[in-house]
Each structure stands twice: as structure tokens, then as C-alpha cells.
Design a protein around this ligand. Structure first.
Ligand code: NAP
Length: 352
């Protein structure tokens, strides 16, 4: 299963909004006979790829797969059919399929006489597919991840607002990898004005669809010379503004070819993004937007890149305006990953 989950990552950037899935076929003697992963949206499922690789060796063997095999005709035929046709004797999967249309694969295989077990490394597979599962848990809004690079003292920029670069090259490569696997990349208005980021994907993974670039700014006070607005006709850009947006600013934003979402709250803005097809978004700061999103309970995952630098008084706090909590009742999140990115440290935590 560890290998199946590892294989599943190869679909990152290419399969969403479908889940990441990896599969390994063991022959009747327990040796690896074939491997596969879901590699392209609309393309063959991991099970079929692994079964094809195993060929006749699949007969009497075991299929290990990170998601319950599907039981419906979608863009691809049901995997349960392929499993039965291959003569597999036992199926071990990690995560139950939450999709009401595709679920029921385990039951169907059991009914056909196969030994079926679910739940092996379920937590790991669920963390890997958090954006996909978010679509079922909070269907009214996108799955929202917050990503910040902070100093050891929890600052995201120095006293002059400079944040390039707090983190090192490996951390920046990670961010480009992360961006490739989501539908949108967001920043707050101050970050757009100060950093003038391009919010494009420039890493090893070429996303199937370029993520929408989103700027959250209540008043829409964004110079049209900013990189994201200047290039809005080449790469999709959206401004999520509040009720204070003036008609001149609205016109200026739309005149450069950017989409405009008017909302009375961040929650409503997120809901509108979802209606427009955005199922997942990584918000990359700054501190005010991070605090506002966290305060409203709109963050599902935090990607925290911590760099060994001190920025001290006057530096921009990573999270601003988050209401205080009492320790005994404070929200505690679940750590799903921890690793070194060069001199920096990545910590990934999910809302419990
Ligand atoms: N190290 C990092 O990872 C990192 C990442 C990003 C940025 N930065 C640094 O952080 C600094 C900027 O951060 P910041 O904290 O000053 O600002 P920010 O979070 O980038 O921007 C605040 C923006 O969010 C909007 N906003 C806040 N609450 C909102 C709500 N409820 N609804 C809609 N919009 C809302 C505000 O709009 P209004 O102004 O109209 O209220 C404002 O434009 C820069 O120096 C940048 O370099 C560092």
C-alpha cells in the first residue's frame, strides 16, 4: 500500500478533480506483478493499468489499491469488471470511495466471491486526497489550503514588507509543485500590491489546466499594471472584491480581462468561486487574509514553511487578527506531514 500511495502522487497536477490513485498487483505467490496509477484526467484508472501490466500473473493474485475500486461507467468502464475479468482473488484498498455514483465497488466484489479488505493506511490515503474529499465534506466551497513561509519568529516579511526570499530554493520548488495540483492560487490585495507576484506554475509538473489566479481585495484597489492584471488575457485571473468596490474600479478590472466576483464576505466569495468550478485553492498569504480565512473557519490545510531566520519587531505577522482562544478549548490540528526542504522545514497540518 505504501508503494500504491507513492505511485498515486504521479498523477498530481494531471488528474484533479479526480482522485489520486495508485495500484499494485501481487501474483498468487505474493510477488509484485504489475503497478499503475491514474495518470491523466479521463484516462485509465490505476487498477486497469496495474492489471494490464500484470497480465496473466494477476490470476489468483491480490490487487492493492489506494482507493476503493469504482463500480460505475464514467469516462472509463467500471474497475470492478476489470478486476473480475483478470481473476483477482483478493482486493486490499485504503480509502472508501465517497462518490455516491462510483461507490459500492467493495460490496460488488465481495458479492462476486473475492476477499476484500478496506482501511489499510486509510489516514495517509485520505491526507493525499484531501482536495478530492473536500468536495464531499464542504461541497458549498472549495477545499482551501493556506501556505505561508515564515521566519523562526513567525513573520512573513521584514519591516519594509520584503518577503523575497524568506525560504530557499527547495521550498520554492515545493510551492510550484503544490500550485500545479489545485484549481486556483490566491493572495491578499496587499501582497499583490507589494510583491506583484505572477502566481504561475513554473516547476517540474506541468498542470493539465493552469490554475486561476485570485486576488482577494475588499475595495478592488489594484493598479492594472500589476502582473496578474496586466497578463489577465493570457492566464485566467479573478478579483474577489467586497461591497466597497467602486464602479470605476470594477470597470478597470473587467477592462483588462479579469473576472470579478463581488461578495459580502470571504465565505460568500469562496462559494462563488466554487460555483465557477474552483474545487481547490491554495492561498499564499499575506497575514491579514490568512487571519481572516482562519477566523472564519475557511482553511482546511496549512502548509507551513519555516525558515531559520529571525525578522523581529516590525516584521509582518504570519497571521493577523485571529480571535484569541483559551488553551483548553483551542483548536488543535492534525499533522499529516513533516519534512526538510533544504534548510527550511515543511509542516502540513489539517483541521481536525
Ligand atoms: N512569506 C510569505 O509566505 C508571504 C506570503 C504572502 C505575503 N507576504 C508578505 O506579506 C505582506 C502582505 O501581507 P498583509 O498581511 O499586509 O496583507 P494581505 O493579507 O496580503 O492583504 C490583505 C488583503 O486581504 C483583504 N482582506 C482581508 N480581509 C478580507 C475579507 N474579510 N474579505 C475580503 N478581503 C479581505 C484586504 O482587503 P482590504 O484592504 O480592501 O480590506 C487586503 O487587500 C507583504 O509584505 C508580503 O511580502 C509574505
Amino acid at each position: 500500500m505504501e508503494r500504491a500511495i507513492e505511485l498515486a502522487w504521479r498523477g498530481w497536477g494531471r488528474v484533479h478533480p479526480n482522485p489520486l490513485v495508485g495500484a499494485v498487483v501481487l501474483d498468487a505467490a505474493g510477488a509484485v506483478a504489475g503497478e499503475g496509477f491514474h495518470g491523466e484526467f479521463g484516462g485509465p484508472h490505476a487498477e486497469r493499468v496495474a492489471l494490464a501490466a500484470a497480465g496473466a500473473r494477476a490470476r489468483g493474485g491480490t490487487l492493492v489499491v489506494s482507493l476503493e475500486p469504482c463500480h460505475h461507467q464514467g469516462k472509463q468502464p467500471p474497475c470492478t469488471e476489470a478486476i473480475l475479468a483478470a481473476g483477482i482473488a483478493r482486493v486490499v484498498f485504503a480509502l472508501e470511495d465517497p462518490n455516491p455514483v462510483a461507490m459500492g465497488g467493495a460490496e460488488a466484489l465481495r458479492a462476486a466471491g473475492l476477499a476484500v479488505e478496506g482501511g489499510l493506511r486509510r489516514a495517509e490515503a485520505a491526507a493525499q486526497n484531501a482536495p478530492f474529499l473536500g468536495g464531499y465534506r464542504t461541497p458549498e466551497r472549495p477545499w482551501v489550503a493556506l501556505k505561508l513561509a515564515t521566519s523562526l519568529d513567525g513573520r512573513i516579511a521584514d519591516q519594509l514588507g520584503r518577503s523575497r526570499w524568506i525560504s530557499g530554493e527547495q521550498a520554492r520548488d515545493f510551492v510550484h509543485w503544490l500550485r500545479a495540483g489545485v484549481d486556483a492560487i490566491g493572495v491578499g490585495g496587499a501582497t499583490a500590491r507589494v510583491d506583484d507576484p505572477s502566481l504561475t506554475v513554473r516547476g517540474a509538473v506541468e498542470p493539465r489546466v493552469a490554475p486561476l489566479r485570485v486576488v482577494f481585495d475588499q475595495t478592488g484597489n489594484l493598479p492594472t499594471t500589476l502582473e496578474v492584471l496586466r497578463t489577465a488575457r493570457e492566464r485566467p485571473t479573478c478579483v474577489v472584491a467586497g461591497p466597497l468596490l467602486s464602479s470605476e474600479r470594477a470597470e478597470a478590472i473587467e477592462a483588462v480581462g479579469a473576472r470579478l466576483v463581488r461578495s459580502s464576505s470571504l465565505r460568500q466569495g469562496m462559494a462563488e468561486l466554487k460555483r465557477q468550478g474552483i474545487g481547490s485553492i491554495v492561498v499564499e498569504g499575506g497575514g491579514q487574509l490568512a487571519g481572516a480565512l482562519l477566523g472564519e473557519g475557511l482553511v482546511d490545510r496549512y502548509y507551513w514553511i519555516q525558515s531559520p531566520v529571525w525578522l523581529g519587531e516590525g516584521g509582518v505577522p504570519a497571521v493577523a487578527g485571529l480571535p484569541g482562544a483559551e488553551l483548553a478549548t483551542a483548536e488543535r490540528w492534525t499533522v499529516v506531514e513533516r519534512r526538510a526542504l533544504g534548510a527550511d522545514t515543511l509542516l502540513v497540518a489539517d483541521r481536525a
